[in-house]
Design a protein around this ligand. Structure first.
Ligand SMILES: Cc1cc2nc3c(=O)[nH]c(=O)nc-3n(C[C@H](O)[C@H](O)[C@H](O)COP(=O)(O)OP(=O)(O)OC[C@H]3O[C@@H](n4cnc5c(N)ncnc54)[C@H](O)[C@@H]3O)c2cc1C
Length: 399
């Protein structure tokens, strides 16, 4: 009998695959239903893959670890597999793949229906509390009950998204069998910053080029939408750089280029022109029409110019300071929000302890792991689920 621990993305895929070659497959899920986290993915639409999936979209001590799984079950295979289960998909901007129905529930439904159709024994409300190796096989404790399995696939996910299923229990189960866990960090998560200036910007969105700097050196860059919040910044452009902030031990600055299409000299020219054409303007309106009004006013305060100052009186040095601030609005990063707000866990069980060709443990034969519980995390855009499907598929090939 094969026991799969965790009825999330990788566990459902592992169980379905294992059922192709094995008579008895049991899927154990501690929540009342399988695929709970999947329902929350992609803002309820489930961004289930990305046509650009490749090792460079992933992070961990050894990103090449993902290669065999992605080679054996790549994005076209994933799309084809889901089509075989009845799910139609569509490819959107940046190569993101969604269900045609636009409902994450459709992804869970086709997996759940396929699992029932293939005779997989689904046991929900069933937390595995201990896992031991015995002479007779793997002994799993499920509260009061016991289960004996020939082989086990641990698909328990990570700590991210605690309210929708994130749990650290899988790390403990694997550590109990001698495996090692790296430090864990929340990733694809909002950044907390010094909020002296951002507080006033709550709710403002801007398209920006964002750079994280550690002691002046860029450590991560991205472009896209930034959302200002009372504690700092959020939004798609921020999520992908949050990993670098989470794993750094402080001293990080976030620099925002709020007019990425315009160079600093061009901006100075525009400001000089505006000063000539509209000399009666107050500085509170100096950036009106270029940026969100509240953002423009905040930048003026950021460079120390009162909002009631007439713009005709501003000297060239002040115009240069304003232009520089628009291109380099710098905020000290004080941390990230926690695992409950994160989409993925950075870090996990060390991949060097598993064979990348099979996902079998190098320490305990018959023990496998897939998905987020391993030290692999992907960029925002469908890469984490692609890893969950590909690794679940590979681990599920056990016989
Ligand atoms: C809000 C949110 C949005 C996201 N959006 C996207 C997206 O659009 N695209 C994308 O690619 N990724 C997205 N992700 C990330 C993605 O959902 C995860 O990386 C992926 O689900 C990981 O799959 P998994 O099978 O490893 O873990 P999970 O899907 O988390 O499944 C693990 C399962 O194991 C169960 N479990 C844990 N311990 C035990 C135990 N001891 N006994 C029994 N059961 C146990 C858990 O309850 C859970 O159901 C998002 C994450 C969040 C939180």
């Amino acid at each position: 009998m094969i026991a799969v621990i965790g009825g999330g993305a990788s566990g459902l895929m592992a169980a379905l695959t294992a059922a192709e070659h094995n008579d008895e497959v049991v899927l154990l899920e501690r929540q009342p239903r399988v695929g709970r986290k999947l329902l929350s993915t992609g803002n309820g639409r489930c961004n289930l893959s990305n046509i650009n999936a490749a090792p460079q979209k992933y992070h961990g001590a050894d990103v090449q670890f993902v290669q065999p799984a992605l080679a054996a079950f790549g994005v076209p295979d994933t799309i084809e597999y889901f089509r075989g289960l009845g799910l139609l998909t569509v490819c959107e901007a940046d190569g993101r793949i969604y269900p045609w129905s636009n409902q994450a529930g459709s992804v869970v439904d086709v997996l759940r229906l396929a699992a029932a159709g293939r005779g997989i024994s689904l046991r929900t409300d069933c937390q595995v509390t201990a896992l031991r190796q015995t002479a007779a096989g793997f002994a799993l404790e499920l509260g009061e009950q016991r289960l004996l399995a020939d082989k086990v696939i641990v698909c328990s996910g990570g700590l991210a998204g605690g309210k929708v299923g994130g749990s650290g229990s899988g790390y403990a189960l694997l550590q109990g069998l001698g495996h090692t866990c790296t430090r864990l960090y929340p990733s694809l998560v909002q950044l907390k910053t010094d909020n002296t200036f951002v507080r006033a910007l709550k709710g403002v969105r801007a398209d920006a080029r964002v750079t994280l700097l550690k002691q002046g050196t860029p450590v991560a860059k991205n472009s896209g939408e930034v959302q200002f919040t009372e504690y700092g910044v959020s939004g798609p452009a921020i999520f992908d750089i949050s990993r670098a902030a989470a794993v750094s031990s402080g001293g990080i600055l976030l620099s925002l280029d709020l007019l990425p299409e315009i160079t600093e000299p061009e901006l100075i020219f525009l400001l000089q022109q505006r000063q000539r054409i509209l000399p009666q303007l107050q500085s509170s309106d100096f950036l009106t029409g270029m940026l969100h009004n509240r953002l423009g006013q905040t930048l003026l305060r950021y460079v120390g110019i009162g909002l009631n100052t007439g713009i005709s009186g501003l000297v060239e040095g002040q115009l240069r300071r304003i232009a520089y601030a628009v291109k380099h609005f710098e905020l000290a990063v004080t941390g990230t929000l926690g695992f409950d707000n994160a989409q993925v866990t950075a870090g996990g069980i060390k991949t060097e302890e598993f064979n990348p060709q099979t996902l079998e443990s190098r320490l305990i034969p018959g023990l496998y792991a897939a998905g987020e519980v391993l030290d692999i995390d992907g960029d925002c855009g469908g890469y984490n689920l692609q890893w969950a499907w590909a690794s679940g598929r590979l681990a599920g090939r056990i016989q």
